[in-house]
Design a protein around this ligand. Sequence first.
Ligand SMILES: *Cc1c(COP(=O)(O)O)cnc(C)c1O
Length: 357
Amino acid sequence: MVTPVAEINLGALQHNFAVVRSCAPHSKVLAMLKANAYGHGLVRVARALPDADAFAVARLDEALILRNAGITQPIVVMMGFAKANELQLLAEYDLQSIVHSDYQIDYLENTPLVRPITVWLKIETGLGRLGFLMTDAKSAYERLMACPQVAKPVCIMSHFASAELLDNPKTVQQLARFQETTQAFEGPKSIAKSAAIMAIPQTHLDWVRPGVMLYGGSPFPGEIGLSRGLQVVMTVKSELISVKKLSTGETVGYGETWRCEANMPVGVVSFGYADGYPRHITPGAPVLIHGVRCPIIGRISMDMLTVDLRPCPHAKVGDVVTLWGEGLPVEEIARCANTIPYTLMVGLTRRVRVVEK
Ligand SMILES: *Cc1c(COP(=O)(O)O)cnc(C)c1O
């Protein structure tokens, strides 16, 4: 049996963290570990970043995993709480919460807690998703400041819609709206994700919130992380489990979408859409074998995919195949699949073994 692996290079992760520090030397770093640290392993990544000032996860259950693993840094739950008992758990485990809606302030005012909790008031400046409208921000802030269950200061944050599109005026508009709305608020402020950390220094404020750049990925379309001095953290590998010569006219894969125009060697790789490979990737997208790019042919199957071995005619069963990572940028595979590197990283399924390099 050939089990695919995702190798995680923690040295590269630490290098990328240092890049965050050098981009934003005057800001604290809230490292984004949501979705199992973008597929890299929640606890592993937290332990590898002892110098992060705080961690953020999307949901309460991820935060509990970190606390139960002995992680002592502040942890922010980005989606906050939706029920009174979740708020109580946040306080018990000394977790911080985003507050994005009035109903959450109602809970804060009415739920007995073992200790006051630190909250981040989220303001909607143009993403059109979570957060208080700018017109409601002042009253939300005042309610939080008056609430004895809320630790002071109240932190303030917002989120960009298009920071990776460098000539899009929305980003500076959102920053201006954020600063205007919150200038009378005392707490620490945060708005920058990876794209803004790397490209727009005036967004850095008190806290930056790097995600994809920690994992070596570039948020900028048409660019790879390496070109910004980031290092590859995740390399996804499997093996050839069959190599054979098919004759002219034979077809490969479901739906017969590939027809051999010559006698040619075809390899079968133990990696399919059930492992997290994008089924709708453009035909001809590369895998890497012995450092050589070989194009995928035919449809992606559940457990396998098939490659044209003509560029690497000596490839044999058992040879390592890289799906993305070192030598084959995840950004390039994402582009072939008409998606972004984030979805490939977080889309690996449980049967891919995640190991440290
Ligand atoms: C995911 C997330 C980030 C990090 O975004 P990247 O583009 O991966 O750097 C920052 N802030 C919030 C609120 C997020 O949800």
